[in-house]
Design a protein around this ligand. Sequence first.
Ligand code: UDP
Length: 238
Amino acid sequence: MAELKYKRILLKLSGESLMGAHSYGIDPEILNYFADEIIKVHNLGVQIGLVIGGGNIYRGLNASSQGIDRVTGDQMGMLATIINSLALQNTLEKKGVYTRLMSAIKMEEIAEPYIRRRAIRHLEKGRIVIFGAGTGHPYFSTDTAATLRAVEIEADAIFKGTRVDGVFDSDPEKNPNANMFDKISYMDVLQNNLRVMDLTAISLCRENNLPIIVFNMDKTDNLYKIITGEQIGTSVGN
Ligand code: UDP
């Protein structure tokens, strides 16, 4: 059995990544791929919490341009994360793993309410726990929600799956000469305004000494390799 570098993780995936090649919504192929990657590490015995964004469906920040106020827009965004979470839950369960969806906004016909101690119990029993509806509050992001849940469940690290290989000194999708960091401090991320997560999320990680692993989720087995100790992506810490 492979040696585990991380035993309990919180994996954050953006809603946008679920669109695949489309410009809106959910691509079933991507869902399947994500589920397979998650199950590979679940089979190692890793306890997994998941947070998925909602940007493929709705973002609160876009609300005002559509004549919708910010708070309502954010509520719509949080509901979008529930749609994505349900899709991922269903795909995971069809592949034979047990999951629980816990929502920060009460909707008991669809998801359990988020209760920290219950979430930890699910993880201990080997269920993949999906945390939906962000923090339940407007003006926050799902990066912040993921960090909050990671800290609450005492995850060993937060894994931020992206479509680039890690954290770079400039945007690698615009600058072919951008350099990637293997390791970087929270302070450097903050001071250089590097796009890892929003400021609230980074500050929360820093205050709680929660390592952030930024890696390319689109490359098969990356998550598995990191969990079993390979140096892939960028790790952000003190
Ligand atoms: N959101 C919120 N509070 C939270 C988390 C999310 O209001 O705690 C709303 C916010 O409007 C955000 C939307 O949900 O734009 C979707 O989340 P996010 O933009 O973080 O998704 P991602 O960029 O990861 O797809």
